[in-house]
Design a protein around this ligand. Structure first.
Ligand code: KG4
Ligand code: ZN
Length: 347
């Protein structure tokens, strides 16, 4: 444990999917630099992330991104207390690039190594701009690969109330966007085009998962959109892209808001945060803002740039691990399906 008042400076690395990112974070909440090299344009050509291409691009960029993070934070390796890196969940090749780079720098410099859970990073993004936020709180994590309703009991202590049974929320956005001709990545495009559409134009189902109040299922909704598009085509009816986008988005938002509010009421918690790429969705933020407002629940959300993949969030999570004394050895490996916390049925 560091003594009171000591400054902890961490270089954090994130490469679990299609962003090569590095950041320098002070005491978990102050971002000194946040460098993100996105591969989105490259993968857009293929309509989604191609893991082999992602790995190769991470290798090309990782050193440059780490150097840039140190330079723009005006820090040297010698100023660092730890090197943190996402080691899962994610794509194995991309994860390995970050893990190997972190291990190499740590080994060469003698600076301690800390492996971080990617979802823990997303949740911790909330600490950066909300200095007063402390556990316990409920967090809705909605990204391209994950949809989780989590009780954050303490720093680094999570209990999973609900998760998706099939597609993640972001995955549903990406698949529906492709089906209505918006291209990749679908989330931001649906968000934008929905502003021109009528969310009540088409009714899509709000899926219930029989035995759970908290689990999600988005694949039925995706199929309902595809069926609607097919039936329009068969009947020769022109599809209004903005209306379909807005109606689909409303169906996702309604379910996310309902489950989150139910969790908050059952758990009796008054603090709620959102995290992950889909957390930057305008309609979701507005709906949650008003639902929380009605119930006098404090609502926390990171800026959009801290919602999608970045390394500042990894540095924030790593700080609390550092304080607990967590250090990893050079046998740290990428764990593509790394689990977060324990499952719980109810609060
Ligand atoms: O957290 P993230 O950057 O990567 C993962 O860990 O998966 O999330 C990426 C996902 C993609 O599916 C993307 O379409 C979605 O987040 N996304 C959005 C928005 N911005 C990104 N979905 C809805 N509305 C947005 N504004
Ligand atoms: Zn992510």
């Amino acid at each position: 444990m560091e003594s009171m008042g000591e400054t902890v400076t961490i270089l954090a690395i994130e490469s679990s999917c299609d962003e090569t990112a590095a950041a320098v974070v002070k005491n978990g909440r102050e971002v000194l630099s946040n460098v993100i090299s996105s591969q989105i344009d490259l993968h857009a050509l293929y309509g989604g992330v191609v893991p082999e291409i992602a790995s190769r691009k991470h290798i090309e960029k990782i050193n440059q991104v780490m150097e840039e993070a140190l330079r723009s934070a005006d820090r040297k390796l010698a100023d660092l207390d730890a090197i943190a890196v996402t080691y899962g969940p994610g794509l194995v090749g991309p994860l390995l690039v970050g893990v190997s780079a972190a291990k190499a720098v740590s080994f060469a410099s003698g600076i301690p190594l800390i492996g971080v859970h990617h979802i823990e990073g997303h949740i911790s993004a909330n600490y950066i701009e909300n200095r007063e936020l402390e556990p316990p709180f409920v967090c809705l994590v909605v990204s391209g690969g994950h949809s989780h309703l989590v009780v954050v009991k303490d720093y680094g202590e999570y209990e999973i109330l609900g998760r998706t049974r099939d597609d993640a929320a972001g995955e549903a956005f990406d698949k529906v966007a492709r089906a209505i001709g918006l291209g990749y990545p679908g989330g931001p495009k649906i968000d934008k085009v929905s502003r021109e559409g009528n969310p009540e134009a088409v009714f899509f189902p709000r899926a219930k998962v029989g035995d759970s109040d908290y689990d999600f299922s988005f694949s039925g909704l995706k199929s309902a959109v595809l069926n609607y598009l097919n039936s329009c085509e068969m009947k020769g009816i022109a599809v209004n892209q903005a209306d379909v986008a807005a109606s689909f988005q409303k169906a996702v938002v309604d379910v996310l808001v309902e489950h989150s509010m139910h969790a908050l009421s059952v758990c009796g918690m008054k603090k709620f945060a959102i995290a992950g790429g889909v957390a930057s969705n305008t309609a979701l933020r507005q709906a949650l803002e008003s639902a929380c407002g009605e119930r006098e629940i404090a609502f926390y959300h990171p800026s959009p740039i801290l919602c999608t993949d970045n390394a500042a969030m990894i540095g924030a999570a790593a700080y609390y691990e550092y304080k607990k004394g967590v250090r990893h050895g050079y046998d740290l490996n990428a764990v593509p399906n790394l689990k977060l916390g324990q499952d719980m049925k109810s609060c």
